[in-house]
Design a protein around this ligand. Structure first.
Ligand SMILES: Cc1cc2nc3c(=O)[nH]c(=O)nc-3n(C[C@H](O)[C@H](O)[C@H](O)COP(=O)(O)OP(=O)(O)OC[C@H]3O[C@@H](n4cnc5c(N)ncnc54)[C@H](O)[C@@H]3O)c2cc1C
Length: 423
C-alpha cells in the first residue's frame, strides 16, 4: 500500500495537515509532503482533500481472492477438558445472524481428545456442521499443533468468516492462523454485521485508545477473521431438537510440529465473586471521591449478593483492584443488572458494560454520558443515594428472612387474621 501527493493538483491549503491524526503531513513551498514512516494509510487526508483530489492511496499488488469460493461462518469451539467455553455459544448466536444474512451455513471446529460428545452440544447450540479433529496430541492447547490443524481445516473448506473468542487461547491462536492464511484479523470486536451492499463483514472495535469506534473490513482476502471478547454477544439458547452433521477431520498426526511441550496444568485458585460471571454488579467510579467512600459500593453489593465493579479511574486511584475493572482494558460484562455509581460513562467504560440487561446509573450530573445507556437514571449524590438504597434492600432482605422464619404459632395467627383459617 502507498500514498502520493499529485503536485499539479496540490494548492498547499493544509487541510490534509489538520486531518492527519498522525502528524505525518507537512506543507513546504505550497506542496504537501507525507512522511511514510508516520503514515498509516488511514485515508483521512484523501477525504479532506476531496475538493482538489491531490492525494491518493495506491493499492499496488493487492492480490484479491475469488470470494465466490468461500462460504460459511465458522466458530472456533474452544474447550477445556471437553467443556465448551461460554464465549463459543455467544459466537454461535451472532454467527447464526451473520450466516442468515449471507444465506450460508454456520459451522464450528472442535479440536481435542475424546471430545465427540461436545460436538453434539455445538449442534444443539446452533451449528449446522461441526468439523471434529480428535487425537491425544490435541488433548491440551499447544499453539503449534492447533495452528496447523485449524489452518489445514480452513484451507480445505474455505469458510467466508471465522470467529474466535478473545480469550487467552483465542488471542494466541487467531493471529497465527491469520498470518498463515495471509488474511486480516480484527481483534476484540464489539460489533459484527454484514454490509448489505458488498456482503463483507463489518467489524467494529474501539480504536485510537478507545476514543472512537472503527469499522474495519477485509475486502480483498478471505476468510474474514475476527475475535470477540466473552459476554459481548448474547448466547444462543440450547435446542435439543436441532439437527446437524459431525464431520471428522482426518489429518496425519506425524505432520504436526510441536516445539513446545506441556509440563503441567496448574488449576487457577478458586474464584471469589468475580465480575465476569456475576448476575448483578454494583460498580463505583471516581465520583465516590476516596477509598473510604468506595466502601459504600461494597456494602450495597453485599446487600444485593452482587459483585463489585469499578471504572479505571477508581482502580488507578487504588480504591479497588484491577480484576474488578470494567471496560476496554478491564473486563467485558453482561450481568442482568449493572448499577453504575459515580461513573461518567466514558466510551472505554461503556464498551465493557453496555450490553448489560438493565443498567441503573447514579450521577449528580444530569448530562453524564452514562445516562445515554441507562434504563433507570438517578440524578443525585452517590454518597446519599447508595446508602439509602442499601438500607432499603437490607430492610427487604430482613423482611424476607422474617417471612421464612415465621413460627408455627405466628403462621396460625397470620392465617386466621387474613381470613384463610377460622379461629
Ligand atoms: C486506552 C484507554 C483505555 C481505557 N480503559 C478503560 C477501562 O477499561 N475502563 C474504564 O472505566 N475506563 C477506561 N479508560 C478511562 C476512561 O477514559 C475514563 O477516564 C474513566 O472511565 C473515567 O472513570 P470515572 O467515570 O470513574 O471518572 P470520571 O470521568 O472522573 O467521572 C466521575 C463521575 O462521577 C460523577 N460524580 C462526581 N461526584 C459525584 C457524586 N458525589 N455523586 C454522583 N456522581 C458524582 C461526575 O459527574 C462524573 O460523571 C481508558 C482510557 C484509555 C485512554
Amino acid at each position: 500500500m502507498g500514498i502520493r501527493v499529485i503536485a499539479e493538483k496540490c494548492s498547499g491549503c493544509k487541510l490534509c495537515v489538520k486531518a492527519c491524526p498522525f502528524g505525518a503531513i507537512t506543507v513546504t513551498k505550497k506542496l504537501a509532503r507525507i512522511d511514510i514512516a508516520k503514515c498509516n494509510f488511514c485515508g483521512a487526508c484523501v477525504e479532506a482533500c476531496k475538493k482538489f483530489n491531490a492525494i491518493e492511496l495506491i493499492y499496488e499488488n493487492v492480490q484479491t481472492v475469488d470470494k465466490s469460493k468461500y462460504r460459511g461462518v465458522w466458530v472456533f469451539a474452544e474447550q477445556k477438558m471437553g467443556g465448551i467455553s461460554d464465549v463459543v455459544f455467544e459466537l454461535l448466536g451472532k454467527g447464526r445472524q451473520l450466516a442468515r444474512s449471507l444465506a450460508e451455513p454456520i459451522c464450528a471446529m472442535l479440536l481435542g481428545d475424546q471430545v465427540a460428545s461436545a460436538a453434539r452440544d455445538l449442534i444443539c447450540f446452533g451449528a449446522d456442521k461441526v468439523y471434529l479433529a480428535e487425537s491425544e496430541q490435541l488433548g491440551v492447547f499447544i499453539e503449534d499443533t492447533f495452528t496447523e490443524v485449524v489452518t489445514g481445516l480452513i484451507k480445505e473448506h474455505k469458510p467466508n468468516i471465522v470467529l474466535f473468542g478473545a480469550t487467552s487461547i483465542g488471542r494466541s491462536l487467531a493471529p497465527r492462523v491469520a498470518s498463515r492464511l495471509e488474511t486480516g484479523l480484527t481483534a476484540d470486536c464489539t460489533g459484527l454485521e454484514i454490509d448489505p451492499a458488498t456482503k463483507d463483514l463489518l467489524q467494529t472495535r474501539p480504536a485510537f485508545g478507545g476514543n472512537l469506534m472503527a469499522t474495519i473490513i477485509c475486502p480483498n482476502h478471505r476468510p474474514q477473521m475476527a475475535s470477540v471478547r466473552p459476554k459481548v454477544f448474547k448466547p444462543v439458547q440450547r435446542n435439543e431438537l436441532r439437527m446437524g452433521r459431525i464431520i471428522k477431520y482426518d489429518y496425519k498426526n506425524h505432520t504436526l510440529t510441536q516445539r513446545a511441550q506441556l509440563l503441567a496444568v496448574v488449576k487457577e485458585a478458586a474464584k471469589t465473586g468475580g465480575i465476569a460471571e456475576a448476575e448483578i454488579i454494583v460498580a463505583g467510579g471516581f465520583g465516590l471521591g476516596d477509598a473510604e467512600n468506595f466502601k459504600i459500593i461494597e456494602k450495597l453489593a453485599q446487600a444485593m449478593g452482587a459483585a463489585v465493579g469499578a471504572s479505571r479511574r477508581a482502580v488507578d486511584s487504588g480504591w479497588v483492584s484491577l480484576p474488578n475493572q470494567v471496560g476496554q482494558t478491564g473486563k467485558t460484562v453482561r450481568p442482568k443488572l449493572y448499577i453504575a455509581c459515580g461513573i461518567s460513562g466514558a466510551i472505554q467504560h461503556l464498551v465493557g458494560m453496555q450490553s448489560s440487561e438493565i443498567i441503573v446509573a447514579i450521577n449528580k450530573n444530569p448530562q453524564a454520558p452514562i445516562f445515554n445507556v441507562a434504563d433507570y437514571c438517578i440524578v443525585g449524590d452517590v454518597l446519599e443515594v447508595v446508602p439509602a438504597l442499601t438500607k432499603e434492600i437490607e430492610k427487604i432482605r430482613l423482611a424476607e428472612q422474617d417471612e421464612l422464619t415465621v413460627t408455627d404459632g405466628e403462621l396460625e395467627s397470620q392465617l386466621v387474621s387474613s381470613g384463610v383459617r377460622q379461629s
